[in-house]
Design a protein around this ligand. Structure first.
Ligand SMILES: Nc1cc(CSc2ncc[nH]2)c2nc(N)[nH]c(=O)c2c1
Length: 365
């Protein structure tokens, strides 16, 4: 993998670059749609390509449980299996397995839990998680981390951080494939000293890139920015930085300002399916009766297939009638909105006026 910096903003830590993987270029800062079960819900790969998304997020945990990583491997790996020929990142499952209430036990070796799919007893540890991600064949894979809920008591956060660092080291030792890049995940909740120690220990181990985890877990935008303020500068400039699970436009633009290169979030697709459309003038609850005869597109400034061909009235009709087409038109539009925001952000960094772009964009939200 290569990471090339193209421009840095002189008033903030924002930067614009390109990550090159075996499946092409990812212009950064980039937003990655989430395709947890090897599909971005309701969209075909062709539609997804039209959104100009250059990378997407799949989930090793979910694919391990169903259909099984060996099945995906047998079918030629994730890219072939889901017919997506651009870049794929798989999340290790650290977040999913820790949000499972039927979690039976966590030890230094790994995590034992009951599968929510068939109730079978399962065990994951760093070595197994690396086998799973190697089998799935994503271009960028994530270390197995422990993502704690927020808020969390400081001693528990410190102990968990040491475990996350040990697990990252075990992932590094188990990482034996040249055409997959391994990113570490920084934890430490909202405690400066713990975040800084975690960052320094992971940077010492030399990963291909670094994710900031444990955020977008309810801490709020203010605390997220505080953590980014003191964590990001300790990460190497010449490696990609990935802020996991983020987020709304405000959080993404804040992250870009702190020098983050990669983002992923279910918001555009999940909220889209629930009838929330993002537009250049704020969010629309398209199921609202006020759109019943509104013949305008969702967003007159958007050139996506949904905005070029359909009215708010029609999309509202589809959603209120539980028509599946409504779900895909909303998902398509929202992903295009997020990708378009990233494209304009990248352009503004190159032109040296990111802050103007950010304040103008957010003032209309
Ligand atoms: N907020 C948040 C979100 C995710 C999921 S990112 C994702 N996986 C699949 C889709 N998107 C996280 N994942 C890991 N491994 N660790 C984290 O701390 C963490 C934090």
């Amino acid at each position: 993998m290569q990471f090339r910096l193209l421009a840095s903003d002189n008033k903030t830590k924002a930067r614009c670059g390109e990550i090159t993987t075996n499946h092409g270029l990812i212009p950064t800062p980039a937003f990655m749609p989430v395709g947890t079960q090897a599909t971005v819900k309701t969209l075909t790969p062709l539609q997804l390509q039209e959104t100009e998304a250059h990378a997407l997020l799949c989930n090793a945990y979910h694919l391990y449980l169903r259909p099984g990583h060996e099945v995906v491997k047998k079918l030629g790996g994730l890219h072939k299996f889901m017919k997506w020929d651009r870049s794929i990142i798989t999340d290790s499952g650290g977040y999913q397995v820790f949000s499972l209430e039927r979690l039976t036990k966590v030890t230094d070796d790994g995590v034992e839990f009951q599968s929510p799919i068939d109730g079978s007893r399962r065990f994951l540890n760093p070595e197994i998680v690396m086998d799973i991600q190697h089998a799935l064949g994503a271009d960028i894979i994530m270390a197995f981390d422990e993502c704690l809920p927020y808020p969390c008591e400081k001693d528990r956060v410190r102990q968990s951080m040491y475990r996350t660092v040990k697990w990252a080291n075990r992932c590094l030792k188990a990482h034996n494939s040249d055409d997959q890049e391994l990113f570490a995940i920084v934890q430490g909740s909202v405690f400066k000293d713990i975040r800084e120690e975690c960052t320094d220990r992971l940077v010492e181990m030399e990963f291909n890139g670094y994710a900031i985890g444990g955020l977008s877990v309810g801490e709020g935008n203010l605390l997220m920015n505080e953590v980014l303020e003191y964590t990001t500068p300790r990460l190497p400039e010449n490696k990609p930085r990935y802020l996991m699970g983020v987020g709304f436009p405000l959080d993404i633009l804040d992250g870009i300002e702190h020098g983050i290169d990669l983002f992923d979030c279910v918001i555009p697709t999940r909220n889209g399916r629930n009838g929330c459309a993002f537009t250049s003038n704020g969010k629309l609850k398209i199921r609202n009766s006020c759109y019943k005869t509104d013949e305008r597109p969702i967003d007159k400034n958007c050139h996506c297939y949904a905005c070029k061909n359909f009215s708010r009235a029609y999309i509202r009709h589809l959603l209120t009638s539980n028509e599946i087409l409504g779900l895909s038109l909303m998902s398509l539009h929202n992903i295009c909105f997020f990708e378009n925001m990233m494209k304009k952000a990248r352009q503004s960094i190159i032109e040296g006026n990111f802050l103007n772009f950010k304040s103008k964009f957010l003032s209309l939200q």
